[in-house]
Design a protein around this ligand. Structure first.
Ligand code: AVJ
Ligand code: FE
Length: 386
């Protein structure tokens, strides 16, 4: 948890209080809200629910409730700012450690405590909010990350455009043990017809061809360079779009349109999970530090069992699936994490992106967003019936 907090604070260290409080987009919270919400969520679950202590300020929970307060309204809330915000983060953490010191996780028969579930939840929650914060940081003029790993990437190796997945009966979802979200459970068998899946995610080069051919919108943060190619404008910088890197910041509609144009389709999330069997999250562009995508086809020495590359990391991959409950789903520990979003409004994304902390991601992890959204680090991998 200390490591998670250090990385959260590292993300905002280059920013002024004015930048932390600024509303950059109606679909994203000001960073100050994310910071207070991270601490408030920790207080709610670890200090209040597990430790049975009173909150530091009984009113605060209302303003940091994500369901009560749509993102577009969060800039006007009486949330904590400046020194008060920093003090709240520290004060909650102090009480969290006090409660943790008195906890007996070994003999826990409360499902919230068994295997340290609630601690994993708080950790994953902070990690996930780092990615939300990174979505906003893309909009901050001249944002300079404190630490940036070299972006040197192995050359794209050649290989087939698509690889075959046999199908048959496959197990989907997370097993009963270890940390996973309720929406990944229960693990269950499904029957899949054989299908082809792209070996790598769709590159900027291919996507630029699609835009040129159809006259469609370029991805978010692309502008014409005046010479027939594109520049990226994220974080207020202008850098040439790397033709070999995976395309990112496209909507589900754009991903679906691309797949059709290419004579293919998006995979279902079940197909995606089957194709990702054998993926290694240690050999994946996750965890922020590259601060960008890497060339499609790096980590070519770490393919999945079917031969696909980079299913984890770099860019989230849109699937054709709506975000719905698995058979015999049970909400745990709260309905507002997953259940209230089930239905046909949200589409599932899989695999994680460079902005996703490594701990968050596993083949069964399901992310979701509205099909028109482009602020997330989402790209494309196509499929086709065999
Ligand atoms: C899984 C990314 C859709 O941001 O709405 C954070 C994660 N849930 N706090 C979101 C989440 C509660 C969630 N997503
Ligand atoms: Fe949250």
């Amino acid at each position: 948890m200390e490591e998670a907090r250090a990385r959260t604070l590292q993300l905002v260290a280059p920013l002024s209080d004015a930048e932390l409080n600024r509303v950059y987009s109606p679909i994203l919270s000001p960073l100050a809200w994310d910071l207070g919400h991270i601490a408030n969520f920790e207080e709610l679950w670890l200090v209040q629910t597990v430790g049975h202590l009173e909150p530091l300020d009984g009113e605060l929970g209302r303003f940091y409730d994500a369901i009560e307060n749509p993102r577009s309204t969060r800039g006007e809330l009486p949330i904590l700012r400046g020194e008060q915000l920093r003090a709240y983060l520290d004060d909650v953490r102090e009480r969290t450690l006090q409660v943790l010191g008195e906890m007996d996780l070994e003999s826990a028969d409360d499902p919230l405590l068994a295997d340290g579930f609630v601690y994993e939840l708080i950790l994953a929650h902070e990690h996930q909010h780092n990615e939300t914060m990174l979505q906003l940081l893309q909009m901050v003029e001249r944002y300079e990350p404190i630490e940036e790993r070299s972006q040197a990437s192995d050359p794209l190796d050649d290989g087939p455009e698509m690889v075959l997945v046999e199908g048959g009966e496959v197990e989907i979802g997370a097993g009963a043990h270890g940390f996973a979200y309720d929406n990944e459970r229960p693990r269950h068998a499904v029957e899949l017809a054989p299908f082809w899946i792209d070996r790598t995610s769709v590159t900027n080069r291919s996507y630029a061809d699609y835009v040129k051919d159809t006259g469609g919108e370029p991805p978010m943060y692309w502008e014409p360079d005046g010479a027939g190619w594109w520049v990226r404008t994220a974080m207020g910088r202008r850098t040439p779009v790397d033709p070999d890197a995976p395309v990112v910041h496209v909507s589900w509609h754009e991903a679906d349109g691309f797949a059709r144009w290419a004579g293919k389709r998006l995979p279902t999330e079940l197909e995606w999970e089957a194709a990702s069997a054998g993926a290694d999250r240690e050999r994946a562009n996750l965890d922020h530090l590259a601060f960008d995508t890497l060339g499609a086809g790096v980590h070519a020495d770490a393919p999945t069992d079917c031969g696909a590359l980079q299913m984890l990391g770099d860019v989230w991959e849109w699937t054709s699936s709506d975000f719905t409950a698995y058979p015999e789903f049970r909400a745990f520990p709260y309905r507002e994490y997953s259940e209230v979003f089930f239905g046909d409004a949200y589409k599932v994304l899989r695999g994680g992106a460079w902005a996703t902390r490594r701990n968050v991601i596993r083949p069964s992890f399901r992310n979701w967003d509205l099909p028109e959204r482009r602020q997330i680090f989402a790209g494309i991998r196509c499929a086709k019936d065999a």
